[in-house]
Structures are given as C-alpha cells and as structure tokens.
Ligand binder design. Structure first.
Ligand code: FES
Length: 204
C-alpha cells in the first residue's frame, strides 16, 4: 500500500514537470524523428549564420573597392609628359662624337641619329611606316631594311623600296652648346625627305 502511494506521488511529480518528462522521453528514444528534427534545426541555424557573415564580409570588400574607385576618380591625375618637357629630351652627345655618314641607334628613344655626308643631323624613327616593325640599319648596305615585308629606306629615311608608303618619321632635334638634343615627345610624320628637316651646327 505504502509503495503504491509512493509510485503515484512520483507520477504526479512527472506530470507537474512536463519539460523534464519530455526530455527524459526523448533521451530514451535515441533515433527518434524529433531528435533528428532538433539536430537539423541546429545545423540550419549555424549554416544561416555562416552565410550572414560571408555576405557581410563581401559587402565590406565591395564598399572598400567603391571608395578606391571614387578616390581615384576625384584625385587630380598625374600630368602627362608633353613634347619639350625635360623628360622627353635626350642628350645624344657632343656633335664630334658622330662621324659623317654614320647612323647611331638610341634604344631608349627608339630613334636613329643619322649624320649625313654634309654634316647635318636627322633623328629618324625606327618604326616602319608600313605596319610598324622596327627597322634595323645595315652598315654594309647603307640602308634600313624592314624585316617584316622588306621595305627599304636610305640614311635620310626616304623610301627606296615599298610597300612602305612614306618616309620614316623624324623627331625634333636641336643643337645646344655643341650637344645634340632630340625631343622624343615630338615625332613628325612626313611624306618624303626635305632639306629643311636637317639640322646643322650653327657657325659662330
Ligand atoms: S612593316 Fe615594314 S615593310 Fe611591312
């Protein structure tokens, strides 16, 4: 009788605390659907928070990039180098360094300094006027011969053999204190050679 009363009291306690009771029931059912559902909910929550963090991170990166683009647009641009600026002038060297009927290559300036037989100077572009290949000077043949389609030019840059349609371009050149200076910022197109393109040392 006493034991029966004790059992009934225990049951009453279980009914009063339903949460504890449910937990016990779930724990006693190791692979129950309810347990699986609870696990899924947990995983779903952690996946959602992972994607939230990812989206926030991407948003921050996009914002930083946007600031970079806006700043680059608003800041004043670097001044471009113009013809006649110090940066475009090349000191080729003293006049006497260049013998008559010689061609000297200037790799940095992409031109040849040609000294003609009368002592005059021409700064001739090394770019072929056909399709832009670099034309090397042949000391043996005394002419420029394009390796691409065989156009040929004389020491003044005049076309000897087509398909080049016109003479090689020239650069502005001047002589200051007996030093030959070439302005590579000023390339001049020409249809052919003219004597006024040649620069001479001024007689004192
Ligand atoms: S590019 Fe020089 S001949 Fe064609």
């Amino acid at each position: 009788m006493v034991q029966r009363i004790g059992n009934e009291v225990n049951m009453a306690v279980d009914i009063i605390t339903p949460v504890n009771h449910m937990k016990k029931v779930i724990d006693k059912m190791p692979n129950s659907d309810l347990k699986k559902e609870m696990k899924k909910t947990k995983e779903g929550t952690s996946r959602r928070s992972f994607f939230s963090i990812l989206w926030i991170g991407l948003g921050i990166v996009a914002f930083i990039e946007l600031i970079g683009v806006v700043t680059a647009f608003l800041l004043p641009r670097k001044k471009s180098v113009k013809a006649g600026d110090y940066a475009t002038i090349i000191d080729a060297g003293p006049v006497d360094k260049f013998p008559k009927e010689s061609v000297t290559a200037f790799i940095r300036g992409k031109f040849y300094l040609c000294r003609l037989e009368d002592g005059g100077f021409l700064a001739v572009s090394r770019k072929c006027t056909h399709l832009g290949c670099t034309v090397p000077w042949s000391d043996k043949d005394k002419k420029f011969v394009c390796p691409c389609h065989a156009s040929a030019f004389d020491i003044k840059g005049e076309v000897i053999s087509p398909p080049a349609p016109r003479a090689l371009d020239v650069y502005h050149l001047y002589i200051e204190n007996n030093i030959v200076k070439v302005d590579i910022g000023k390339r001049i197109k020409r249809s052919g050679f003219r004597t006024d393109q040649v620069v001479y040392v001024k007689k004192a």
